[in-house]
Design a protein around this ligand. Structure first.
Ligand code: C5P
Length: 235
């Protein structure tokens, strides 16, 4: 069994728009709707659980999309809390061995072929797998200038060999991911993605190279780019 978990409880404060960014629209549909459509493009995905903010008044109330169930639950204060809440709210028949695809609500451009390759890889690997892209820019480590309100200066150049950017979906077994997130919480470690929680348990998830255009909408410019990329899909 394969279920998607969508953390969509963020307030999108960095975006600065009138709406939480998961409800910003491209091509007449909220980002969250595009994220769900992209996940259901693979017929192996049995359903989706969406974690929403407690005071969310914009959830369209979907109960099914593309012929499969869509459930919702209340998320938490951090992304990892929202994912954990969604994992715990999954129906009882979604067993510990079920594959869970955690996907950001703000990533509307997930490509069907990438999803297919990720599911294939994670299904065949007990440690799970994530979509990721090799780092192509030169990376600079900065001093603490900005924190101190001063100019920011380069301390060092970070070798970029073997460095990847973590994308979503990230795919793990329900039982393993729940245990890993509970452990991170007990250890008071803020994990910024699911793989980080799994790595802390000794797992070595596979990196599945994904398309660079699977972008996380964070700024208004990203929204325009996401809309452009989506419009080119049919061509
Ligand atoms: O803010 P950021 O872009 O990192 O958020 C990534 C995803 O996590 C978004 O889909 C956002 O809605 C979600 N999130 C959440 N609960 C939080 C914070 C973020 O579900 N407390």
């Amino acid at each position: 069994m394969i279920w998607a978990v969508i953390p969509a409880a963020g307030r999108g404060t960095r975006f600065g728009g009138p709406l939480p960014k998961q409800y910003m629209e491209i091509a007449g549909r909220p980002l969250l709707g595009h994220a769900l459509d992209a996940l259901f493009a693979d017929p192996r995905v049995d359903g989706a659980m969406v974690a929403l903010a407690a005071d969310d008044d914009r959830w369209p109330g979907w109960t099914s999309l593309h012929g499969r169930p869509v459930l919702s639950c209340v998320g938490g204060g951090e992304r990892a809390d929202s994912v954990l809440a969604a994992l715990q709210a999954l129906p009882a028949d979604v067993g510990d061995d079920a594959l869970i695809l955690v996907h950001d609500a703000a990533r509307p451009n997930l490509h069907a072929l990438d999803l297919q390759r990720l599911i294939d890889a994670a299904s065949a690997d007990a440690d799970g797998a994530i979509l990721a892209a090799p780092v192509r820019d030169t990376l600079k480590r900065a001093d603490a200038g900005a924190d101190a309100g001063a100019d920011v200066r380069i301390l060092a150049t970070q070798p970029r060999d073997h460095l990847w950017r973590a994308l979503t979906p990230q795919a793990f077994r329900r039982g393993d991911l729940t245990a890993a997130l509970l452990r991170a919480r007990a250890d008071d470690v803020a994990v910024t993605d699911e793989a980080m929680a799994m790595e802390r348990t000794g797992a070595r998830p596979r990196l599945v190279e994904g398309r660079e255009d699977n972008l996380k909408v964070t700024t208004p410019a990203d929204l325009a780019l996401a809309e452009f990329l989506l419009s080119r899909r049919g061509q």
